[in-house]
Design a protein around this ligand. Sequence first.
Ligand SMILES: Cc1cc2nc3c(=O)[nH]c(=O)nc-3n(C[C@H](O)[C@H](O)[C@H](O)COP(=O)(O)O)c2cc1C
Length: 116
Amino acid sequence: MPTTLISTVSENGQTNLGAYSLCFPYYVAGKDYYAMVLECRNSSNTAQNILRTKRATINFVTDERKYFKEAVRLGFPGETTAEKMKDCIFTMSESNLDDDRPQYIEETTKCSSAVG
Ligand SMILES: Cc1cc2nc3c(=O)[nH]c(=O)nc-3n(C[C@H](O)[C@H](O)[C@H](O)COP(=O)(O)O)c2cc1C
């Protein structure tokens, strides 16, 4: 099971990071596209942002203790995007693939960007 941080964009345009492990390949063959499945609490910032914007970036957290500690902090339910991102340790970068893909995390394994 991976530890991922899902980037999405909040209503006011701020990038939100949520911790998610239930994220798996869904279509890998037999279609003319690839797909991932994400099992996500409906009331989360991530779910609400994906439903609204149809976009998410999947950042796969690499094997450093400080990054896992940050993922746990970003997995605490009930915080707004502004609250959780205020002290975020990660460097966020713009995707160069297309304009409306959410930012990705520089320090993690390079993202897969997906239509939600
Ligand atoms: C390592 C880790 C993995 C998690 N995996 C999931 C998951 O797969 N699905 C889920 O709904 N919540 C998962 N959570 C809980 C969410 O991170 C939590 O609901 C959080 O509030 C989501 O942030 P968001 O509201 O900004 O999206 C996980 C938490 C941690 C720390």
